[in-house]
Design a protein around this ligand. Sequence first.
Ligand code: FES
Length: 174
Amino acid sequence: MNDGATDGAGAGGRAASDGGGQAASGADGQPAEGLPRGNLAEVPPGGPLCLTGRIQVEVNGEIVADTDDVALCRCGHSGNKPFCDGSHKAVGFDDPGVILGGRLVPGGDEAGEDDPVLIVCATNGPLLVRGPLTVVAADGATAQGTKGALCRCGASSTRPFCDGTHRETGFEAG
Ligand code: FES
């Protein structure tokens, strides 16, 4: 199993601290003051999706990260998808870090805030949320739920959520 949190930016595993803005979670894995409890997805401007909490990441049916802190690419240009490798800086990912549209929805199950969230990487598509998650935008706006689709091609008009544009742009996750 590959823990994306411990690979380090050199291996391309994660690069949260190289984001266009620093995520606000505390270094001890606990949310910084003012942030909601539970699993968080912070959205720094021009940077990756910074996930903290109980996070599992699935690619092709395999768990590739089981961690409390991981940065997933949302600019579409990482050479190590689904993880951020810092490429957003080179490509000048232009994103305000706010919720432009879209939302998470409540699931049919009784997910508690301490339950893990599974992030399923759809083939050449978005990051599918399966479990409790709160998206925290750079302006403090939040979106909470247990199901949804987060953009990872960088072209959605409803970032950080998917609007289906990846199909038009021919996004390839590699
Ligand atoms: S968001 Fe960092 S490489 Fe895409």
